[in-house]
Design a protein around this ligand. Structure first.
Ligand code: ADP
Length: 433
């Protein structure tokens, strides 16, 4: 427990000093000079300690007080005690601020504290990444000087913060950001910014998907409708027209059916997250069956088809999906290679893994198309692919299937020479001999 200076003790000490000095002065017959000497000595002693205090407070780096006895010693000790208390409080406050900042930095949103005049008080590091604002360099800067987009200016002028604002990042045009403002304390705003690029992208993918499906279905439906309307008109119903109509209608119906089938396959693959691998899929038998189907598909184009199959190569897989991937790649080669081409299908061991490949000597695909082939509804030549009955979904399905089999589609193609579509199943899915 700290003790206050005792007035009684201090005054009695001074009184005692003066009494002793008075006695000494009286004896030596110089009372006044003796008292004066004592007063000056006391004054000098106090000034001496004042200088020590001044030096300690302003110059000394150390916290511990100067070593002194008496009332100054107690005073120094009291100041030292207060200083330590203050430092402890500061350290606690610093910890609280640190914890708050660490929390704000850990958020996936940019956080910006602003004064009512939109001048920057504080921001976390993500603010730099999102809108190029960094604290403390930009402290005191008005936000509308830093973000000069007209929509942002309008947003803060309108003062309706129940709404949010969507804006492309001023520092990275790939980022789509959502701004939200809320009152913070009485005199400040809290601006939070989150990255919504992914959400926007998914929204776009969904819109594109719906637009593509509608577009794909509209063409055959228009054809069917045209012929059905013609049916009403009796004059046009001669046998020749009907024969033609029937074959076109059949073809268009098949096309719609194919599209719906592909869509169902795609949604089925996407919907089933828990995949059940069959312990042993007899791929050689599967490919033998596929060879028969390919031969029948090849009747029109008369390509030279050759299959090179390792009959001992079995794998763990989702057989129906694997069959669909094989069939897609083989039928594409048949469809897109000009008549009389050369198509080689191979299923072979590759060290401990298994590789499937389809090589054709067709027209090949330009590099700018190759990287987009697995996008849904992407076709190199829209019109031609549609004529061949293609939906543009085949390779998207293959890509999905392969990713579930820990593999990916590799496309090597050269214009005028042909293409090679291949994939390798990892050793963990391949059964040993
Ligand atoms: P589609 O149903 O149109 O065949 P895919 O997704 O299977 O859709 O193929 C996408 C596009 O890739 C095709 O429209 C075609 O332009 C191109 N393509 C696929 N395989 C080959 C190939 N072997 N040779 C040349 N182009 C190909």
């Amino acid at each position: 427990m700290r003790q206050l200076l005792s007035k009684k003790k201090v005054y009695s000490k001074i009184a005692l000093l003066f009494c002793v000095m008075a006695v000494v002065g009286f004896i030596s017959n110089s009372l006044l000079p003796a008292l004066l000497i004592l007063s000056v000595a006391l004054l000098l002693w106090h000034y001496h300690h004042l200088f020590i205090l001044d030096k300690w407070l302003w110059q000394d780096r150390k916290l511990s007080p100067p070593l002194t006895e008496g009332i100054w010693g107690k005073l120094f000790e009291a100041i030292y005690y207060q200083q330590r208390k203050e430092r402890r409080k500061q350290a606690q406050l610093y910890q609280v601020i640190r914890r708050f900042r660490d929390g704000a930095e850990a958020l996936s949103q940019a956080i910006i504290v602003l004064n009512k005049d939109w001048s920057l008080v504080w921001s976390n590091k993500l603010a730099q990444h999102f809108i190029g604002i960094s604290w403390p360099q930009d402290e005191g800067q008005r936000l509308h000087n830093l973000i000069r987009h007209p929509n942002f200016l309008l947003f803060i002028q309108q003062h309706n913060f129940t709404k949010t604002l969507e804006l492309v990042s001023p520092v990275n045009e790939q980022l789509m950001l959502e701004f939200t403002v809320s009152a913070y304390g009485t005199e400040q705003y809290l601006l939070t910014i989150r990255d919504i690029s992914q959400i926007k992208l998914l929204e776009q993918v969904r819109k594109d998907f719906v637009a593509n499906v509608s577009h794909e279905l509209r063409t055959p439906l228009t054809v069917l409708r045209g012929y059905l309307e013609l049916m009403d008109d009796n004059s046009a119903t001669n046998t020749k027209v009907w024969q033609q109509a029937q074959s076109v209608m059949l073809e268009q119906t098949k096309r719609m059916d194919g599209l719906v089938q592909q869509l169902l396959t795609l949604s089925q693959i996407e919907a089933t997250t828990k995949v059940q691998f069959e312990p042993k899929v007899d791929v050689p038998a599967m490919l033998a069956q596929l060879k028969l189907e390919a031969t029948s598909l090849n009747s029109e184009k008369q390509h030279k088809l050759s299959f090179s199959i390792d009959n001992s190569l079995m794998v763990m897989a989702i057989s129906e999906e694997l069959r669909s991937a094989f069939a897609n790649l083989v039928s594409n080669a048949i469809k897109y290679t000009p008549a009389g081409g050369d198509i080689q299908v191979s299923w072979q061991r590759d060290n401990l893994s298994a590789t499937f490949s389809v090589i054709d000597n067709g027209e090949g695909i330009a590099p700018q198309h190759v990287k987009r082939l697995t996008e849904r509804f992407y076709r190199v030549d829209q019109a031609r692919a549609r004529n061949t009955g293609g939906t543009g979904l085949g390779l998207a399905i293959v890509k999905h299937i392969l990713s579930r089999h820990k593999s990916r589609l590799i496309i090597a193609s050269e214009r005028g020479k042909g293409s090679c579509f291949s994939f390798t199943l990892p050793a963990e899915l391949v059964l040993s001999d």
